[in-house]
Design a protein around this ligand. Structure first.
Ligand code: TXA
Ligand code: MG
Length: 328
């Protein structure tokens, strides 16, 4: 693996590598992605191999403009266009009918393809220079927290030969894109993310939340990635829901070598060296969450105080619940 700062020259090299079927890790406004030419099945396979990603978990295709979108998806519903107008470029992924030019390995055999136009300037420029859509999952080894810095990517892929990593510093949002699908005019949120349900609902009608459909009906989940454990730190993670501060403190008493992840000033009674702060606002918490889950500080386990499930709080709790060893 080789790291280069995001200079124009480095982006040109990265674009050439994408066209040659090689992998490039790059920052978007959400998290770092591990990218390859979405129209080259052999290149896309390299992503699955590198991440150890199950072959039934499809990838998001990133485009730089609407002309490129036309090479990836067809028959785009009107309600999807309304969402593009409102949120693109940005952290919203739309699941659309797949253009026949998109190889099946990208969509894991599904007839629909997930697409987004990222807002991050480095990502946009890289796609534009490459001249092809870029398939990119988050640039972490499967099951690990998503990377929000180049150092996180390096942690997971230091030994991956031939990888070029474009270092663009910390990502702006820190949580992945929101993924939505369409059923006629009905919009369904498949994965909570950087754009809240509340923000979407100002533009389109949303299907009610149904909980985990796959669990209830034993059918194939609509967004296959959701069935796997994700975001897991390398030590046990105990999640306490908002309002359970007292039980958290009792648990901390009993686990004297644990680190506590929480908003600034939440537990003034705890010694500083035991606390990893997540900032003050939900926005800041979203930005810092994955870095905190990857903290290198000593401690046998991680304990985190959750937040209420409104706005960005939903995506934060979704990630914590998937990462958790146990939830209280
Ligand atoms: O912000 C993001 O979305 C980042 C950056 C790099 O763009 N990407 C990302 O990709 O988070 P990944 O692969 O870690 O997550 C993609 C999610 C998974 O839950 C996957 O199952 C779902 O999108 N997905 C992808 N293609 C799909 C499809 N055709 N139908 C339904 N769900 C799909
Ligand atoms: Mg991921």
């Amino acid at each position: 693996m080789r790291i280069r700062p995001a200079t124009p020259k480095a982006l040109e090299e990265a674009a050439r590598r994408i066209r040659r079927g090689l992998l490039v890790a790059f920052p978007t406004e959400t998290v770092y992605g591990l990218g390859a030419n979405a129209l080259d099945p052999a290149a896309v396979l390299r992503i699955f191999e590198a991440k150890g990603r199950p072959a039934d978990n499809p990838l998001i295709v990133h485009v730089s403009d609407l002309r490129m979108l036309a090479r990836v998806a067809t028959g785009i519903p009107r309600v999807a266009k309304r969402l593009m107008d409102a949120f693109w470029p940005g952290p919203l992924t739309l699941v659309l009918p797949r253009h026949p030019e998109v190889p099946e390995v990208v969509t894991a055999g599904l007839s629909r393809v997930a697409v987004r136009m990222p807002a991050g300037a480095i990502a946009r420029q890289l796609i534009r220079l490459a001249g092809v859509p870029i398939a990119a999952p988050s640039a972490n080894v499967s099951g690990r927290p998503s990377p929000t810095t180049a150092a996180h990517v390096a942690e997971d892929f230091a030994n991956l030969r031939g990888l070029l990593l474009i270092d663009g510093g910390s990502t702006e949002l820190g949580l992945e894109s929101t993924v939505v699908s369409f059923d006629g005019d009905t919009v369904r949120v498949l994965r909570e993310g950087a754009i809240s349900r509340e923000a979407l609902a100002k533009v389109v009608g949303l299907a009610k939340e149904e909980g985990d459909r796959a669990d209830r009906h034993g059918e194939r989940p609509e967004s296959p990635g959701l069935k796997y454990r994700h975001y897991a730190p390398t030590r046990p993670l105990f999640v306490f829901r908002a309002g359970r501060e007292a039980s958290l403190l009792a648990f901390v008493e009993a686990h004297s070598t644990a680190l506590v992840l929480c908003r600034d000033g939440a537990f003034p009674e705890l010694p500083k060296e035991r606390v990893v702060t997540l900032g003050r606002s939900l926005k800041e918490m979203g930005r810092r969450l994955f870095d905190a889950l990857r903290t290198q500080r000593p401690g046998e386990s991680l304990i985190v105080l959750g937040v209420r499930k409104t706005g960005t709080g939903r995506a934060i709790m979704d990630r914590l619940e998937r990462a958790a060893t146990q939830i209280f």
